[in-house]
Structure formats: C-alpha cells, structure tokens
Write a protein that binds this ligand. Structure first.
Ligand code: FES
Ligand code: MG
Length: 575
C-alpha cells in the first residue's frame, strides 16, 4: 500500500466522496444499516462455507451470527459472505480436486471486496485448508473458527466414531459378522448433531493444527459443534479479529517456521491424519515457509502419541474436549513445542496454554505414559518407488508388517481393484503387497481417499485383517492399516510407480525409511523406454486447468501459480 492510500482498506470504498462512495454505501443501506457503520471502523468479512451439501458445516450460519455479535461488540462492521463449500461425503470425484479452487475463490474475495479482516468458518476436511490457503496468499488479518465435532455417535449401546467405524462395520458385513439391516441402522446413529467427524480424522486434525499454529483461539478445536461454548468462541473470535485489524496483525506476522514445526509435532501427539501433511505442505507454500516433506518425519520422531482417539486409539472428540483439548496437549508436551510461537491472541502459545489442565489422563496421556512411544507417528519413506517421498501412519499400521517384503499385485485404477477384490481366484496371500496407482493429484484427478483398500474377501475369510497397501492417492484420516500413501511422483506424472508390475518384489522398510521395488535399474530403464506416451489432456474446464498445474503430494498438491503470497493491495476502481 502506498502512503497516499488510506491505511484501512475499507476506507477506500466506504470513505470515498462523490458518486463512488455513494454507490458503495448506498446498496448496503438496503439492509437498514446505520451511517456509523461507514465511519471508518474495521470491516470484517465472515467467510462462510455453510452448505446443506456439506452437512459437517450446516450450522455455520448460526455460528456466523455469534461472530457478528462479537464484531459489533468490538466496534467493527461484520459482513458475511458465502464461498463454495467442499462436502467430503458427497462431492465427486474427490473434494480434494476442488480444494485449490475454493482457496482461489477465498483469496480473490478477500482482495476484491472492502474487507479489513476475516473470520474463516470451516469444518469439513478440505474447507479449513482451502480457506486458510486463500487467506495466507491474501495475507489479510484472519482468524479461523472451525465448526467443531459432532456429538459422539452411539450404536448398540457404545460410542461409534465417524469414518473409522464405517470401515470396520463394512468389513464385518463382508465377513458375514454383521447383517445388512444392522449396518443400515448404524447410518443415522453415527451422525447425531451438526459438526464434523468425531474421530481424529482430517477435520479434527486440521482444527487442532490450526489452533497450535496460533490461528484460532485457544481451546477452539475440540469444543463440540452444538456446545454453547462454540458460540462463545465465535463471539470471542469476532471481537478478536477487530483488534487484529487495528494492530495490523496478519497471518504473515504469526506464521513462521516454528508454527509449522509445532503443527508437525502436535500432529504426532494427537495421532493426526496423513492428509494434514498434504495440507500443511500447501500452507507452507502459501506462507513462503520452507518446510519440506522430510520435516514431518524429523519433527515427529521424538513425539509420543498422547491423545487416545480413534483411529489410533479409543475415544472421540467429545471426550477430547472435556479432557482439555489442545491446550492440555500443549501443556503435556511442554518444551517439545516452541512455546514462543506467536498467536492471534497477541500472546505466545505457551502463554495461551499456561495452567491448562488435563482432566482425563485416559484420553490425554502424559509423555511419561504415552498411548504409544515416540516414533509411532507418520514416517516419510523414499526409495526407487517413491523418489520424492511417500508417507505411512505408523500408529495405525500393524507392527509385524512395517518391515515386509512381498509380491506386488498391481491395479491401474481403484475400480479395477474393486471389480476383482472378492474374486476367489485373486492371486493374493497375507504377504501380498497390494498396489493401486493412478490415484494421484493428476491421475485420478484430485488424489482421492482410496488408500484404505478393502482386504480381499478370501483373505478376510481366512482371518487376515491387514495387508501392506501402496498408492499414490490418499486415505481418509479416519482409516487405519499398513498403508503407504502419497507416493510421489505419482504414476500419472511419470513416477516409477508406473513401472511396477504384478509379480515384482517390493520391500517396505520403515526403520530405514525405505520403499523399494526389487527390480534392477537396467530392467526399470527398459520398462521406462517402453512406456507409452501419455495422451494430452483434452478435458478443459477446471479439471483441465488442475491437471495441467497441480503439483505433487510432497509439496502439497497446490497449483503452481497459486503458491506464495500475493497480498491485498486495493484493486483499481471502475467508477
Ligand atoms: Fe466432513 Fe468428515 S465428512 S469432516
Ligand atoms: Mg476425509
């Protein structure tokens, strides 16, 4: 911004003289505003991903009203606006295909409208990273308020967690241990209120990571969606954003390398979703913080698993909230986090969490008695199958499979696999390494959550419950198993995964962070020379643009032209 421009963006619109100011203000009078709203007070956007097509975010319009109260209380002028919304359960081919589109939309909204700051209302998996990616690129003062988890699912007298139990029940039906009628009854029982998934899936994980990165108010990740406490947090967030605008505190004033290290470490302590790695990598790209994939492994190595939540543990988000949520985990981790990292409260992370109590050590363990010892978090693998890296979530894997050599059974599409997975003649045994490729950002396109491949029926019948699986796709944060994900480069981008053939031997060696096909280089070179040219994409539209510009999983699968900060300079006026 040059010195001749007003210090507050919105003043350029609402403080303008003549016909331009008239037009900017006049239309807003159609909702009965008072003239004081245009007196130069901070204009706060409430970026809402409410949608009935995103059931996890369906309460966010009510939450927005509480945010508005807070903004008004602090002397700001709140203006709520909608964006596209990414409903994880309904959107095809994958909500991830649209994360970057939503990020672009959020960014351009922030830049093109008379906003001084923004409260981001998201919840379901992709909505939080998408909003934040846009906000980091626009670098306008911002505060995140996630929607909070649903109340615990209840089925057959027990707690049941979204995602995780669905996968379990579905396998029980296939194994004949659960009836279809009972499976049908479970549907409604798992979704008892507004809010996002109740396990430590991607939505819960991202809420926790955003909180530890200092971008949302302390304690806000875990409070259930329908708890009055969430509405109190909304009001507080509305009040706080006004101060952030007055002090010109932007995301770039808060985020630095420490924030990302804290996020990677907290992700290990909570047993967070593998998807968080892709989203954090994309966020680092937007924030212009150098944070390569290997850091997720390096930062996590000495962090024990403390939070006993599904899918790595036992409980659900409701218990996590009552036990003390993220501040209690931060207190347990103590020196293992950068306590001096900055946050939206104006205080440091350590100051925010000082005196935080852990009310239930069954849910949040101490470092002395963790759920799983350090080294059980997500490992980053390299090797001739994944030169740019792949990940495996150890807390959800079978210990007996993490050093494993087996024969590959390779499928080019996930559909091909499911067409054959119940075939009694499928050439599989408990040692098989099941590979599904063509599921990366460019290949599918949109890097869907297919990694949690069902166990072939004949193995299920034989009592096999886990198998080494490898894919260039992702898996739901609510799933479990010995599954190598995010192989980069993906097969559709010319990665060596494309050269693997059924019958090849594959060695997964987590201790040495290696993933290799036991095929010699000469043979691989021969296969590469025989590989058919990929036909040019003729798709056009968003999907065509996406396939042309999407990066690989190891750098966050963002579009190349969207990485980095572009700021929020006031655009040219046309009147
Ligand atoms: Fe929306 Fe899980 S489906 S958070
Ligand atoms: Mg998901």
């Amino acid at each position: 911004m040059t010195s001749s421009e007003p210090t507050r963006r919105s003043t350029s619109w609402f403080g303008a003289e003549g016909k331009m100011g008239f037009v900017h203000r006049s239309k807003l009078y159609n909702s009965g505003r008072s003239p004081e709203m245009f007196d130069g007070r901070p204009v706060i956007g409430i970026c809402n991903s409410w949608s009935e097509l995103t059931p996890c975010n369906r309460h966010l319009r009510d939450v927005a009203e509480a945010v508005k109260r807070g903004v008004l209380l602090a002397g700001g002028f709140p203006l709520e606006f909608p964006t596209m919304s990414l409903g994880e359960t309904l959107m095809r081919p994958s909500a991830m295909l649209y994360r970057n589109l939503m990020a672009m939309e959020v960014e351009e909204n922030l830049r093109s409208y008379p906003l001084d700051g923004v409260v981001l209302l998201g919840g379901c998996d992709k909505t939080v990273p998408a909003q934040l990616m846009g906000a980091l690129s626009a670098d306008l003062p911002a505060i995140v308020l996630t929607g909070g988890p649903m109340l615990n699912g209840k089925f057959r007298g027990c707690d049941a967690g979204s995602g995780t139990h669905v996968w379990q029940f579905a396998e029980e039906v296939r194994a004949g241990r659960m009836s279809r009628a009972e499976f049908g009854r479970a549907e409604a029982c798992l979704s008892r209120s507004a809010g996002h998934c109740t396990t430590m899936g991607t939505a819960s994980t991202m809420a926790c990571l955003v909180e530890v990165m200092g971008l949302s108010l302390p304690g806000s990740a875990a409070v259930p969606a329908v708890d009055a406490g969430r509405y109190a947090l909304a009001e507080q967030s509305g009040k706080r954003i006004v101060s952030l605008v007055e002090d010109d505190v932007r995301p770039s004033s808060i985020l630095d390398r420490r924030s990302f290290e804290n996020a990677a470490r907290l992700n290990a302590a909570i047993g967070g979703s593998t998807n968080a790695i892709v989203h954090l990598s994309a966020l680092a790209g937007r924030a212009e913080v150098d944070f390569p994939l290997e850091e997720f492994d390096r930062q996590a190595r000495d962090i024990p698993l403390l939070v006993n939540l599904l899918p790595s543990g036992q409980f659900l988000m409701e218990e996590f909230s009552y036990a003390g949520g993220v501040p209690a985990v931060v207190a347990e981790l103590g020196e293992r986090l950068h306590g001096d990292a900055r946050t939206v409260t104006g205080r440091t992370l350590a100051e925010n969490c000082e005196g935080a109590q852990n009310w239930n050590r069954e849910v949040i363990h101490s470092c002395a008695e963790p759920v799983q010892p350090a080294g059980s978090a997500t490992a980053v693998l390299h090797g001739n199958l994944a030169p740019n890296g792949a990940v495996i979530k150890l807390s959800a894997a079978s210990p007996e499979l993490i050093d494993h050599t087996g024969t590959a059974l390779v499928f080019d599409t996930v559909e091909e696999y499911y067409a054959r997975c119940d075939d009694p003649d499928l050439p599989v045994d408990a040692d098989t390494v099941l590979v599904v490729r063509g599921a990366g950002p460019r290949g599918y396109p949109g890097m869907p959550e297919i990694g949690n491949l069902s166990i072939p029926k004949k193995l299920l019948d034989a009592g096999v419950r886990d198998l080494v699986r490898i894919t260039d796709g992702r898996m739901s944060g609510t799933s479990y198993g010995t599954i190598v994900l995010h192989v980069a480069p993906e097969s559709a981008a010319g990665g060596p995964l494309a050269l693997l053939r059924t019958g090849d031997r594959v060695h997964l060696d987590v201790a040495n962070r290696q993933l290799n096909m036991l095929v010699d280089d000469a043979e691989l070179a021969r296969r590469a020379s025989e590989a058919a040219e990929r036909p040019a994409d003729a798709q056009g539209g968003w999907t065509g643009l996406y396939r042309e510009h999407v990066g690989q999983a190891d750098t966050g699968a963002d579009l190349d032209f969207l990485r980095g900060r572009r700021g929020h300079a006031i655009p040219r006026r046309h009147l």
